[in-house]
Design a protein around this ligand. Structure first.
Ligand code: FAD
Length: 521
């Protein structure tokens, strides 16, 4: 939609189309509010497409004494597993125990017991050395004293954001990507009355009226709302990952590795047919407006973890598929090391402007409620939704009568990612496109469908966030670009010159921010 056609009065404007903004947008539309969401880049362009993709309690938060954060996260994990099959799925974790290292077997056992209690189910189990090695055959054997198996959950972070946005739009909300909030407008008493937005592609501007504004811009939060606490500001921390093919790191459960250099947990996690290794945790000192990328030092750090724990695999930068990096905002006085900083979120209020930043993908719903509660005095009278109500529209839990030859697993994945729209995606697809793109679980048919229905403005939106083949296939899927163009030509109204430019821009961006630094391109 062009912003000149946008209606002028809104109950609420949400700035930021990451998981935080998307969760608030979804909850606010469920309450019947008239809500506009804007993102100056693409939906999920920020940290919400660059996370470790876990929907988890976070054992390390337990270790640091953040019991309530862990408990809230475990409850949300359990709820999302029930509500969003195919989008949020259980993943097994293995945690090896080595003689003479910390944390030892007993403290891990207690931590995992607490974790189980929070989920109200006994899930973890200890295996002796022989049985544990059988679970993960390539793991370093020297000093191994057995290990634990437990469960958490994982998702496709960008698709989680998109499902929330799509369902909020279906409930009457309006969401615009490539639309920036430039200024918060106030009356003489300082109360928020509106907002100035700008289409970042056409540079067209528009002033709109609103009762309240929620600033959910993550690491960019202080651009619109400076911290009310002069001593504590948002400290951007970068976390990076490397993606390997599952033939390079053949694991079928996630493995927790305690990094030999600093004792931080680093994960190797099977995801969408590949394996993610991450994350790092370092101060981000570059220009925060640019796409972050992994550095050589972070690459070496992650490779050191993998090669310490899987020495026989001889993993190197040469056999990685891609990399990605995200920025985590933490409210800080700057005195602690990055990994010691709290991962909890903060909510600031200022006469109709409410800012929420920090936190986790996993707790988006709790963050949405707390933020909407803070905005309530400025909103039209509404009834808050029940906290036990499902946030997602229900989807069938069985395959349709006409299954188009797709397995139950594929239907589950499609319903999880596209909600009810999965039926139309499959019905309108050519039979040849109901097959997977090599090395991924993505169907070719997802490309033209999402290109047509999900506000794709650039090729990078399509390949990095609507589907994830930019992360999952070598060179960002370069070898498939011609087929992708052919498939999507009718969904994307681009002439040949524009396609050429989009392809060039996408591959340049991929080399700059998603490849391994220093490797021959
Ligand atoms: C490396 C890493 C791994 C992580 N792993 C996990 C994990 O496994 N599980 C988990 O639960 N959490 C994880 N997290 C935390 C989680 O990813 C973040 O808390 C979450 O993604 C933040 O979402 P957000 O919506 O607040 O911010 P973002 O996703 O960054 O969204 C902010 C949006 O605001 C937009 N914006 C900025 N300024 C403007 C403006 N002026 N106008 C309009 N739009 C604007 C940006 O374009 C952006 O899209 C991880 C974080 C990092 C860094």
């Amino acid at each position: 939609m062009e912003i000149k056609n946008l209606q002028e009065n809104w109950d609420l404007v949400v700035i930021g189309g990451g998981i935080t903004g998307a969760g608030i947008f979804r909850e606010a539309t469920r309450m019947g509010l008239n809500v506009l969401l804007v993102d100056r880049m693409d939906f999920a362009w920020g940290t919400s497409s660059r996370s470790t993709k876990l929907v988890h309690g976070g054992l390390r938060y337990l270790k640091d004494g953040h019991l309530l954060l862990t408990k809230a996260s475990v409850e949300e994990r359990e709820r999302m597993l029930r509500e969003a099959p195919g989008l949020v799925e259980q993943v097994g974790f293995l945690m090896p125990v080595y003689r003479g290292t910390s944390p030892g077997k007993w403290s891990l056992d207690i931590g995992l017991l607490l974790y189980d209690l929070m989920a109200r189910e006994k899930q973890h189990q200890f295996y002796d050395t022989r049985d544990f090695s059988a679970l993960t055959p390539h793991l370093k054997r020297k000093g191994l004293a057995g290990g634990f198996r437990f469960f958490d959950a994982q998702t496709d972070d960008a698709r989680l954001v998109l499902r929330l946005i799509n369902e909020a739009v279906a409930s009457g909300g309006c969401a615009l990507n490539y639309t920036a909030a430039r200024e918060i407008l106030r009356n003489g008493d300082g109360k928020v009355t509106g907002i100035l937005i700008e289409d970042t592609e056409t540079l067209e501007k528009k002033t709109i009226s609103t009762c309240a504004v929620i600033n959910a811009t993550g690491a960019w939060g202080e651009e619109l709302h400076p911290s009310p606490d002069k001593k504590r500001h948002l400290r951007p921390l970068r976390g990076s990952h490397i993606v390997f093919s599952s033939s390079v790191i053949p694991i079928d459960r996630a493995v927790t590795m305690v990094h030999p250099a600093d004792n931080r947990p680093v994960f190797a996690i099977p995801w969408e047919g590949a394996v993610l290794v991450g994350t790092t945790d370092v101060d981000y000192r570059e220009d925060i407006q640019k796409e972050p990328s992994i550095t050589k030092e972070e690459t070496s750090y992650l490779l050191e973890a993998i090669n310490t724990f899987f020495p026989s695999l001889d993993v190197s930068a040469d056999n990685c598929i891609s990399t990605f990096a995200g920025i985590r905002p933490v409210l800080s006085e700057g005195k602690l090391s990055p990994s010691e900083e709290s991962r909890d979120y903060v909510v600031w209020k200022d006469k109709g402007l409410v800012t929420v930043t920090g936190g986790k993908l996993t707790t988006f719903r709790k963050m949405a409620w707390d933020t909407l509660k803070a905005a309530k005095p400025f909103l039209p009278p509404v009834r808050f939704t029940g906290r036990r109500d499902p946030v997602f529209f229900p989807v069938p839990d069985t395959i349709p009568k006409e299954d188009f030859g797709l397995s139950a697993e594929i239907w589950r994945r499609l319903y999880g990612r596209y909600g009810k729209a999965a039926d139309e995606l499959v019905k309108t697809a050519a039979t040849a496109d109901l097959t997977t793109i090599p090395g991924t679980f993505t169907l070719w048919a997802e490309l033209p469908f999402t290109a047509k229905h999900e506000q794709v403005k650039h090729l990078s939106d399509l390949l990095l966030r609507r589907v994830r083949i930019g992360l999952l296939t070598p060179m960002g899927g370069k070898e498939y670009i011609k087929r992708i163009q052919k498939l999507c030509e009718s969904s994307l109204p681009w002439d040949r010159k524009r396609w050429k430019q989009e392809i060039r821009d996408y591959l340049d961006l991929w080399r700059q921010s998603y490849s391994i630094p220093g490797r021959e391109k």
